[in-house]
Design a binder for this molecule. Structure first.
Ligand code: PSU
Ligand code: MN
Length: 289
């Protein structure tokens, strides 16, 4: 099984691209022979897997809350629809047998103010699952985000890259200490991590598909303006990430949107291959015992 978050559909992407992204992620996972499970709070119930009516409600976004880990019991209490962030999804994975998760970009340390740090980092530090992403969103301070992952003891590996990807582009100039070329290596690494009783996630970073990557310079330009606007309009808390993503997308005339959907699909496919590889590894003894 491969778990997915729902905030990327309900808050991260505009209509109708969000439906296209959901369809393509689900299709990519099923093609590999794995089962997709979208995490959410649906009318007050924490679930993995949405039926067609539920998914339609989340894609229409009406009254759907963005829920991080701490917001889940609140959404349950109020009987609300809540779309899980990475943190929200990981906190539910801790209660489930699902061990592999796919998303676009994890949250991290914001550029300004630096004390705005995504709860994704805290949940990555206490959830022993595999998280496939294209790095952290480029709206963040990527250096600070990598340092925090290190402090928290989160394992970070590049999949066929030696550089941390920056979500929309591959070249951040931030080196990765570990790089793997096969999903079997990731499955073995995960088994070793579990054998040590470690509680942290393994974050697998895959560069965005090359044909869709957007140049770093155009992202940075768009972001400078977006950060100023966010400050002027007093955007705070959970609203910051969706605000910046929307502003960058508008400024790049949708090129970032195409890149976003392409990398979500690629990450879903890789996560599914890893999930299948994990079933092979857990059946076989480890190379080193
Ligand atoms: N990456 C995207 N789109 C998104 C997100 C990440 O391309 O919508 C979401 C994820 O759900 C992630 C969340 O967990 O943003 C982080 O938000 P915050 O910085 O408020 O923790
Ligand atoms: Mn925040």
């Amino acid at each position: 099984m491969v778990a997915l978050e729902s905030s990327v559909f309900a808050q991260g992407l505009p209509i109708p691209t969000n439906a296209d992204a959901a369809r393509r992620m689900i299709g990519a996972i099923e093609r590999v022979g794995a089962v997709p499970a979208i995490s959410a709070v649906s009318a007050g119930k924490a679930v993995f897997g949405l039926n067609d009516d539920e998914l339609a409600r989340f894609l229409a976004r009406d009254g759907v809350l963005k829920v991080s880990a701490r917001d889940i019991p609140v959404a349950m209490l109020q009987g609300r629809d809540g779309a899980t962030t990475v943190a929200g999804a990981l906190s539910l994975m801790a209660l489930s047998p699902i061990r592999v998760f796919a998303t676009g970009g994890i949250g991290g340390v914001h550029r300004e103010p630096q004390f705005d740090e995504s709860a994704d980092l805290a949940e990555l530090s206490r959830t022993p699952v595999i998280v496939v992403c294209a790095g952290a969103k480029s709206i963040l301070d990527l250096h600070a985000t990598m340092e925090r992952l290190e402090s928290f003891g989160v394992v970070v590996v590049g999949y066929r890259t030696r550089e941390m990807p920056g979500f929309f582009f591959a070249d951040t100039g931030i080196p990765l200490a570990t790089s793997v070329v096969s999903v079997d290596e990731i499955a073995q690494l995960y088994a070793l991590q579990c054998s040590l009783g470690r509680q942290q996630a393994i974050v697998v970073m895959q560069p965005p598909p090359a044909e869709h990557a957007v140049r770093k310079a155009s992202i940075e330009r768009a972001l400078d303006t977006a950060l100023d606007d966010a400050k002027r309009h007093g955007v705070r808390g959970g609203a910051v990430t969706p605000y910046l993503l929307t502003a960058v997308e508008r400024a790049t005339e949708g090129r970032t949107l195409a890149a976003n959907v392409a990398l979500l699909e690629a990450n879903a496919a890789l996560a599914a291959e890893i999930a299948v590889a994990c079933t092979r590894v857990s059946a076989a003894p480890l190379a080193r015992s």
